[in-house]
Design a protein around this ligand. Structure first.
Ligand code: CA
Ligand code: CA
Ligand code: CA
Length: 295
């Protein structure tokens, strides 16, 4: 029965998703993973993006290099749209739009914390290794390995769909459905330290500047980077310019950093990382090798 209901819900979902307007949002990288224990405590989900369906629920979402984290809090003490006293069912679909029929994570929740299912597609088998708890009927926390979402990289988008209905529901117009797009953080960008030169030798005793380029590629437009957010090896840029540093016909963003400001580099460093964000708040990160030479 549960399986049948879930299947009905899924086919309904496919129809409804096509008709829904999906809004995009961006979040921060999870520096500290939340504790997956079904209790959302102050600060634990700091930095996550919050998706809200007012009067129904709020969802916190963020990720790190390995996992997607979802924290769900029902607003009215129930998943149900009608409050009709029957068992409330909550389906959460987390899917990778790049693949069809696979790379889905799916969980089925009702108010009985022992009656929770977590699946991946294809096959609807409980293969997910995500830790998962729901200790009340209004909160759950979820951790899903990105590797279970099929081929996906940081910077790609996934879709989260929340579907709530009553067990035994026959009138599907009373269920509710909520979609959100989430972009996995950060977007990895191509960085070239000392464009045109290799190895990227840096003398930490130098009084000069180190040029570092964020390259424009078919996937990323370097002109979208907000220079005021850029940090490289502990340093803020002292100036920047749009320039085609790799002579491939598109403009790259070239930053200059005072060598003396590169405080996170030492004689043992073999690479250096640039972080920042685009003007719409999408975090970016890129790394290149360095060759630290004696002062
Ligand atoms: Ca927790
Ligand atoms: Ca270089
Ligand atoms: Ca270029």
């Amino acid at each position: 029965m549960k399986l049948k209901l879930a299947l009905v819900a899924l086919s309904l979902l496919v129809v409804l998703v096509a008709a829904m307007q999906i809004s995009a949002s961006y979040a921060h990288f999870a520096e500290t993973p939340p504790t997956i224990d079904g209790v959302m405590v102050e600060g634990e989900w700091g930095g996550a993006v919050i998706f809200e369906k007012p009067g129904y629920f709020s969802v916190h979402v963020f990720n790190d290099f390995d996992y997607l984290y979802v924290g769900f809090q029902a607003a009215g003490g129930t998943y149900l749209p009608t409050g009709d006293g029957t068992v409330g069912i909550m389906n959460v679909y987390i899917w990778n739009p790049e693949v069809s029929g696979q790379g889905w994570a799916y969980c089925w929740i009702n108010r009985d914390p022992t009656n929770i299912y977590l699946y991946s597609y294809p096959g609807r088998i409980p293969t997910l290794t995500a830790a998962f708890f729901a200790v009340t009927d209004t909160v759950f926390e979820l951790r899903i390995p990105l590797s279970e979402l099929g081929p996906i990289s940081l910077g790609d988008t996934i879709v989260l769909t929340f579907l709530s209905y009553s067990e035994g529901l026959t009138n599907w117009s009373t269920c509710w459905l909520y979609n959100q797009i989430y972009t996995l953080q950060p977007t990895l960008v191509s960085v070239d330290i000392k464009p045109g030169s290799y190895p990227n030798s840096i003398n930490l005793g130098s009084k000069g500047v180190v040029p570092v380029a964020v390259l424009t590629t078919s996937e990323f437009d370097a002109s979208t980077v907000d220079p005021s957010t850029v940090v490289f090896a502990g340093a803020y840029p002292v100036r920047w310019v749009m320039q085609d540093v790799d002579y491939d016909g598109d403009m790259d963003m070239l930053f200059f950093f005072k060598t003396q400001d590169l405080t996170s580099l030492s004689s043992a460093s073999t690479d250096a990382t640039l972080t920042g964000a685009t003007y719409i708040g999408q975090p970016i990160q890129g790394t290149d090798t360095v060759n630290i030479v004696p002062e």
